[in-house]
Design a binder for this molecule. Structure first.
Ligand code: FES
Ligand SMILES: [Fe+2]
Length: 419
């Protein structure tokens, strides 16, 4: 594992207020030394990170750029049809090799600075002026190109989702995910071929962990998102709950349709978000069909560290968090349809894309609330957040009135950070 250079040990940097998972020290959202350790121990550590969809690189020699934490990565479909992931950093002086976000016909990657060239496996194949010019200069006789390959990630694919890891210590992907998480990914994609119908990139004014917490925060939707509760799309009184992997690192929150028996908490006037006299002029915005036998209409699956598989009604897609320093992060949303969809189903999915993303009727508040927290905690970094709803542990629960999934993230975070 790489080591954060020039920073104090994690044990000196983070003091957890309690031994259980119910408190989060607020200084972890703004400390550059902690951020440096997160890059090494989490993103470049023993974790599987979402890289891209397989359908983004369908043909041999297609490539797409992504990031794992701060590290730029090239994902390339090789001439033989496999998928390689290479750090997008020239081993000469460190320039990025590739700067167009996607492309095709790429058999070699040639650095724009001094034209070192690398093949699809990351091997250094060519050096400009290697033999010098006119018998003068050039690289010394013993220079060994094989010692200067690009860093290559291990890659595994599940249901068209491409993951990569820097660490040899990371268990195989399915073992890392655990059986309940694998089952839900298979249930959501079902072997269908994806087609991208939309993508949103969203720069948020908050630390990356605050977005991850938000995506795992199962009791905020009907409180923060007026659209959800008002139009009865997702209320805690509907049947739902939290599933988790054996290690309690990854969590799935789900809710079912047609099971909302109502609850006095949702009486008109009781919650800010309840407006009983509101209706949609155009209900086609939330038109849906029952796509899954299990009646689940809302499911967010959070995979440590920064990946979310989303199903909101029929809006199926991925969310990928990219770190951008302590006080900013980027969220990349990709929404998909499937090759076998009818034109009507595809149209419904496209229309439902209005619900999510930075402008989404449901999720626009999520893009702001992390910034609210980042502002609120500025002067109080010695204080702590309280995440005690639903107990002190990170296991699965038959309710969404709980913060167990947020605690699960910090269980994994603490194990990875070694503190
Ligand atoms: S930095 Fe890439 S060839 Fe010099
Ligand atoms: Fe939300």
């Amino acid at each position: 594992m790489a080591q954060a250079i020039g920073v104090r040990p994690v044990s000196e940097l983070i003091r957890w207020p309690t031994d259980d998972l119910s408190r989060i020290p607020l200084h972890i959202y703004g400390d550059p030394e902690i951020y440096a350790w997160e890059q090494d121990r989490i993103f470049r550590g023993p974790t599987w990170n979402f890289l891209s969809l397989e359908c983004e690189i369908p043909k041999p020699n297609d490539y797409v750029l992504t990031k794992v934490g701060d590290t730029p990565v090239i994902v390339v479909r090789t001439a033989e049809g496999g998928i390689n992931a290479l750090v997008n950093r020239c081993t000469h002086k460190g320039s990025v090799l590739c700067y167009d976000s996607r492309g095709e016909g790429k058999r070699t990657f040639v650095c724009p600075y001094h034209a070192w060239s690398f093949d699809q496996s990351g091997e250094l194949r060519g050096i400009a002026f290697e033999k010098g010019v006119g018998g003068l200069g050039g690289m010394p006789e013993g220079f060994d190109k094989s010692k200067h390959a690009l860093t290559r990630l291990r890659v595994e694919v599940i249901e068209g989702l491409v993951f990569g890891t820097f660490s040899e210590a990371t268990p195989p992907l399915e073992q890392y995910l655990g059986e309940p998480m694998v089952a839900h990914i298979r249930r959501t994609i079902r072997g269908r071929k994806m087609q991208i119908i939309g993508r949103y990139n969203h720069i948020m004014p908050n630390n990356w962990k605050l977005y991850i917490e938000n995506s795992r925060d199962t009791h905020h939707p009907s409180l923060l998102h007026a659209f959800f509760a008002t139009f009865k799309l997702n209320r805690l009184s509907a049947e739902g709950g939290i599933r988790h992997d054996p290690a309690n690192w990854h969590h799935l929150v789900f809710a079912k349709r047609l099971t909302d028996q109502g609850h006095e908490e949702y009486s008109p006037g009781k919650l800010r978000t309840m407006k009983s006299d509101f209706g949609l002029n155009d209900p086609s915005l939330i038109a849906q069909w029952m796509e899954f036998d299990d009646n689940i209409t809302n499911a967010l699956q959070s995979i440590m560290p920064g990946f979310v598989l989303q199903q909101i009604l029929n809006s199926v897609g991925t969310r990928q968090i990219i770190t951008r320093g302590t006080g900013e992060c980027e969220l990349i949303w990709t929404v998909v349809s499937f090759e076998e969809d009818t034109p009507e189903q595809r149209a419904i999915r496209i229309k439902q894309s209005n619900l999510v993303g930075p402008h989404g009727y449901i999720s626009m508040e999520d893009g702001a609330i992390g910034g609210f927290v980042q502002q609120g905690i500025k002067g109080d970094r010695d204080k702590q957040a309280v995440v005690e709803m639903g107990g002190l542990t990170a296991d699965g629960q038959p309710t969404r009135a709980t913060e167990t999934s947020v605690r699960g993230f910090y269980k994994a975070y603490r194990e990875l950070m070694g503190n």
